[in-house]
Design a protein around this ligand. Sequence first.
Ligand code: NAG
Ligand code: NAG
Ligand code: NAG
Length: 268
Amino acid sequence: MGGDNQKRGMISGLSPLLLLFNLIIFTSARHDHKSPSSSPSPSLPVYNPPDNYLIDCGSEQRTQLEDGRTFKSDPETTSFLQSTENIKTSVDSISLNDSSAPLSTFPLCRTARIFSENSIYTFYITQPGRHWVRLYFYPLPHPRYNLTDAVFSVNADKLVLLHEFSARDNSRVVFKEYLINITGERFFLWFKPDKGSCSFINAIEVVSVPDSLISDSASTVPSGGTIQGLSNYALQVLYRLNVAKKASRLGEAKQLLVMAPPPLFQPH
Ligand SMILES: *[C@@H]1O[C@H](CO)[C@@H](O)[C@H](O)[C@H]1NC(C)=O
Ligand SMILES: *[C@@H]1O[C@H](CO)[C@@H](O)[C@H](O)[C@H]1NC(C)=O
Ligand SMILES: *[C@@H]1O[C@H](CO)[C@@H](O)[C@H](O)[C@H]1NC(C)=O
């Protein structure tokens, strides 16, 4: 399996943090994404992402969040998954007091899928371009697999998103958010356990981002310079700060995204 680490991502050379002011239009499931043309709201400029994969891994039912979005169940999404295994775990409720994920997403973390071998999710991309890729990790109990001990990597196509990652604190959800320009027709998410370990995932989002959302230049901190050509980079969101207290009724919120390229891992 060593060969696929040979290619590095397109992210070398960009190291400062990037500050981007953006108007985030939160996508919502006001329209069922399975029937995009059936009942368009006449006047509301709601963005309907062409690609909108929302998966509640390990869950027997769909999960609807307070924000209106519905995550598909595990059985509905097994066609995306290449794995020799079918290991799931779930609890009725979780009590958390810390999370980098929005509170409203906690219901997604009551279930998880566990992999003891390399496993791949494949997503068909209808419109190439920038996508949010969001991953939720919460180490649930399982009689055989101790998820707080799990050490694994997650690759997205040729990018290493997480390397020897673990989620050891079962009082918090680990939420990872990336902005990736997907250029191919298919997008792969690889879960690769370290030797003798396992990997797991509670929920996955792969969602198109409108081109206008991210400007192609951004200021850098601390130097205050400007970087051009952001579209060529994959970015990881470090912080999301609401800068406009009142979101409008369309669900718009001005946010300051503090972003950085995912750490670059040298192949051994
Ligand atoms: C989180 O909960 C644990 C156990 O309930 C407690 O020990 C800890 O102090 C709490 N942390 C915070 C930041 O509230
Ligand atoms: C899981 O591993 C952690 C860290 O090694 C340990 O503290 C915990 O007791 C283990 N849990 C179980 C159920 O074995
Ligand atoms: C994504 O990458 C392709 C190929 O490098 C480029 O042509 C395109 O402009 C990029 N799109 C965005 C939205 O950054």
